[in-house]
Design a protein around this ligand. Structure first.
Ligand SMILES: Nc1ncnc2c1ncn2[C@@H]1O[C@H](COP(=O)(O)OP(=O)(O)OP(=O)(O)O)[C@@H](O)[C@H]1O
Ligand SMILES: [Mg+2]
Length: 215
């Protein structure tokens, strides 16, 4: 087993403590889910694990590197090359078409336009539509396509199915699980959907400042 992500004695607080001394690892081809009530700190934990926010205490290792003790250019390289982040609210260029949004991603990440991925996400028929004019669920799938293009080693997904109907949600999650197996990658998933959480190798609930295994 090769560990892609290791979290050691992680603590964070804003005005009040969110979590204390969290420890877990995520290996190749594995998935981990974090559930918990709104405001419990799930997105904050995801941001810390995915290079975006320095924790108040503890360490985050990606590919064995203590990321918040690296020079900032190395941290940015990890963010750019190894990590794919699906945000709770997605960031797309609303005035541009779906196709243009995909092309911007291919240029930024030096990757190829992936027709098969776009077919699979069911967005090939809206390539010429402006992102501002497509539905929330379609926007979610466009942002997922942009993230998978660069073949990240760890996908951090914050409520990736939050805006989707049950059928599309099933397709998107199948794509994520297939992706990590096919690419020796790993998935860190935040979700309120307990059934989805239980499809991951490990499912946790964030409560009382700790991660407890979901029954
Ligand atoms: N940058 C920040 N500065 C101050 N407080 C913050 C900041 N980011 C988040 N918080 C607070 O930390 C707590 C946890 O927020 P977080 O977004 O991690 O929750 P969450 O579990 O993802 O919730 P939800 O299920 O609603 O998405 C909340 O009370 C939030 O208001
Ligand atoms: Mg959140």
């Amino acid at each position: 087993m090769e560990t892609l992500l290791r979290v050691n004695a992680l603590s964070h607080s804003f005005d009040y403590p969110l979590f204390n001394s969290l420890n877990f690892t995520l290996d190749k081809k594995q998935s981990i889910a974090v559930t918990g009530v709104s405001g419990s700190g799930k997105s904050t934990l995801l941001h810390i694990c995915s290079t975006l926010l320095k924790p108040k205490g503890g360490e985050v290792f990606i590919n064995g590197k203590d990321i918040y003790r690296l020079p900032s250019d190395e941290l940015v390289n990890i963010r750019r090359n190894s990590v794919g982040i699906i945000f709770q609210s997605h960031f797309l260029f609303k005035g541009f078409s779906v196709k243009e949004n995909m092309e911007i991603a291919t240029v930024l990440t030096k990757s190829d336009f992936d027709k098969e991925l776009i077919e699979r996400l069911g967005i090939s028929h809206i390539l010429n539509n402006k992102v501002g004019d497509i539905s929330g669920g379609q926007q979610q799938r466009v942002s997922l396509a942009r993230i998978l293009l660069k073949k990240p080693k760890i996908i951090f997904a914050d409520e990736p199915t939050g805006n989707l109907d049950a059928v599309t949600a099933g397709e998107v999650t199948a794509l994520l699980f297939d992706y990590i197996k096919a690419n020796n990658a790993a998935l860190f998933l935040v979700t309120h959907d307990l059934n989805l959480a239980k499809r991951c190798e490990r499912a946790y609930k964030l409560e009382n400042f700790a991660l407890t295994t979901l029954q």
